[in-house]
Structures are given as structure tokens and as C-alpha cells.
Ligand binder design. Structure first.
Ligand code: 2AM
Length: 187
């Protein structure tokens, strides 16, 4: 079984901004595991542990459907936390609303469901996870500078979706690319 997920990679400008910002946030007085720069991404769909057979069936289906979609642009917007600011566990950077992104997620969910992969029960909220709080509850006050960080409206073109394998280690996950699906159509 392979733990895997579908994601959008970030452009250099976005990674540079986040790298710089995480350098500041690292000084916050709270135990937080910050995401390694090479691991930063937007998750489209967490596939969970799926079989090699499922992966082999999914790749051509995604490839043919996604190749018909057009590339689009995403723009960074704001910071936030899951499940809520007051009870922050996951720290993230968000995006401006994007219809093409929601359309892409719907298509991905439908295609994955056809292959027997359960649909995401929670609503889709596009984000980049930048940190995971490892100790402490109600750390809102301690990490206030995170929530007040100005986020520049950096835009990035999205012209492919990537299928990643995720291997978990004590030092953190290692992601490796299994396939990528260019968006090269006009839908
Ligand atoms: P994230 O996008 O909020 O960081 C690989 O594990 C990616 O899949 C992570 O980036 C993670 O969330 C996302 N993901 C979604 N649901 C998950 C789950 N139930 N367990 C682990 N990761 C999940």
C-alpha cells in the first residue's frame, strides 16, 4: 500500500516568501514543526493508503481528464489555522477564491470516487500547511505574530497536478513524485 496524495506545487516566489516568513516564525515561543520548504504544497486530495493497482488505474484516468483543463492562476491571501484560530493545531497560508481550483477539486474527487477512493468529508479549503503545533493548547496569544503577518498577493500559474507518495519518518514526511498531470486544454 502506498500513502499518497494529489497536490499543486508552489512557484519559486511563493516558496521564497514562505521560507523567509518561516525564518521569523521559528522564533515564536511555542513548539511548532515548520514544514520543510521542499515539502510545501497545496493538497488537492489526500488519497490515503492505496494499492499499486489503484494507482495504476488512477494515473491514465487523471491524465486524460486533466489534460483537457486549462492552466489557471492562484493568488496568496492571508493566514489561518485549523480547526480554528483559538484552538490552532495547523497553521496555514490561504488563497483568494478561485473557481478553476474548485472545479479541478470537484473533478479530482469524482475521478477518485470512481476508483473507490472515499470522498473528502470536510469541505475543501485551499491552503498551504506551514506549521503543525506540537505542544500546548490555546496558544493563540503566543503565536499572535503569525496571525498578523502581512501576506503579499503573490500569484502563481498552475499548469500541472502532481501525484505524490508520502513516506513517514521520525524526522518528518518525505514526498516523492509518482506522476504528474499537465493542464494543457482549454476547458
Ligand atoms: P495539509 O495539506 O493540510 O498539509 C500529505 O500528508 C498531505 O495530505 C498533507 O499535506 C495533508 O494536509 C494532507 N492530508 C489531508 N488529509 C489527511 C489525513 N487524513 N492524514 C494525513 N494527511 C492528510
Amino acid at each position: 500500500m502506498v500513502r499518497s496524495f494529489l497536490a499543486i506545487d508552489l512557484n519559486r516566489e511563493t516558496k521564497n516568501f514562505l521560507d523567509h516568513a518561516m525564518g521569523h516564525w521559528q522564533r515564536l515561543p511555542c513548539k511548532i514543526r515548520w514544514t520543510r520548504v521542499e515539502n510545501l504544497h497545496i493538497t488537492l486530495k489526500f488519497l490515503g493508503e492505496i494499492s499499486q493497482d489503484t494507482i495504476e488505474q488512477l494515473i491514465p484516468v487523471l491524465s486524460s481528464r486533466l489534460s483537457g483543463l486549462s492552466p489557471f492562476t492562484l493568488t496568496l491571501s492571508g493566514v489561518g489555522a485549523f480547526p480554528s484560530l483559538r484552538n490552532a493545531r495547523i497553521l496555514w497560508i490561504g488563497f483568494q477564491e478561485s473557481k478553476p481550483l474548485l472545479n479541478l477539486v470537484k473533478i479530482v474527487e469524482d475521478l477518485c470516487a470512481e476508483q473507490g477512493i472515499p470522498r473528502e468529508a470536510r469541505g475543501f479549503h485551499p491552503h498551504i500547511t506551514v506549521g503543525r503545533i506540537k505542544a500546548g493548547r490555546s496558544v493563540y496569544q503566543k503565536i499572535l505574530p503569525f496571525f498578523t503577518t502581512p501576506v503579499p498577493a503573490i500569484s502563481m500559474g498552475v499548469s500541472k497536478v502532481v501525484l505524490y507518495r508520502s513516506d513517514l519518518f521520525a524526522t518528518g514526511p518525505v514526498y516523492s513524485q509518482l506522476a504528474h498531470f499537465p493542464l494543457e486544454g482549454n476547458l
